[in-house]
Design a protein around this ligand. Sequence first.
Ligand SMILES: Cc1cc2nc3c(=O)[nH]c(=O)nc-3n(C[C@H](O)[C@H](O)[C@H](O)COP(=O)(O)O)c2cc1C
Length: 326
Amino acid sequence: MKNLKTNYMGLELKSPLILSSSGLSKKTNNIITAEENGAGAIVLKSLFEEQINYMSEAALFNSIDYPEAADYIKNYSRHNSLNEYLDLIKTSVKAVKIPVIASINCISDTEWEGFAAEIEKAGAHGLELNMNVFHYDYELSSAQIEQKYFDIIEKVQASTKLPIAIKMGKTFTNLPNFIKQIKFRGIKNFVLFNRFYEPIINIDKMEMTNSSALSYEIDIKQSLRSIAIVKGMMPDLEIAASTGIHNADGAIQLLLAGATGLQLCSVLYKKGLKEFKTINEDISKWMEKNDYTSIDEFRAKLSYANIKDPSIYERFQFIKQVTAIE
Ligand SMILES: Cc1cc2nc3c(=O)[nH]c(=O)nc-3n(C[C@H](O)[C@H](O)[C@H](O)COP(=O)(O)O)c2cc1C
């Protein structure tokens, strides 16, 4: 097996393949199996701000007869959710040698100061910040929405020294500029991209329904282009790809675009955690065939900065392609 070492979030990983935050990463046995099959790191299931609020509101509702107890019950329920999460961090850190990255999903900047500090104390090696600010508020400009992200980031940064990675959604007016503004605040690690819930309409039942939660291998395209562009413009960033990595072919494409980490989720649901082993081996075989001894030798070789004609990553090229079809 070739040397597959990579650096991500300031941590040395023995493989760029990372178990993505999901239902799979809230069970210790999966975390151990992922390590046994060659995962380089684990991102734990997210602690969701909305879930904490929901649980504390539900506890509050059940205590409606005792309004004087309301604050106590709300705080108790909040801390209960957090304590369960801290236990998951502690158990996982003990169970494996690879880095364990905690994940929080925030919608506001109100909750996280204390929580992030507790997560650091529990022994996590890093913190992934998965922000979910509502993007369709008619009254808010893009700049105002982006400010909400900065507010959350600054609050979390003030309460922990852990390396932080920002897990991004796909819908920003100017992604490189937004990332540059986050970088200016001292963050170098990004995950491109999160895969959000996308409802569709069932035309027989005339109702909204879920589309597939799991991705397909063609879904790497947006991460591929964005990573190539962002890494090309800001080479010192450490970027983990997420969405659509189902095999070594997609994984190698993303490394060539400039990824430093590769997060796997859907493929593990579809085929099992042994896919870490298969994909590591297939990356290694490709390296053997192409005379590479380390990932650093070919990472970002085809990024926006390193190809002869970077306009291939731009929309202009797309127009050329469609106008050529008759
Ligand atoms: C069942 C399921 C649960 C997930 N839970 C989380 C989560 O708690 N936090 C998070 O940041 N992402 C979560 N994700 C998103 C994944 O981490 C990942 O970013 C996304 O699925 C795209 O990667 P993929 O194409 O390999 O599935 C979840 C995805 C799935 C399918």
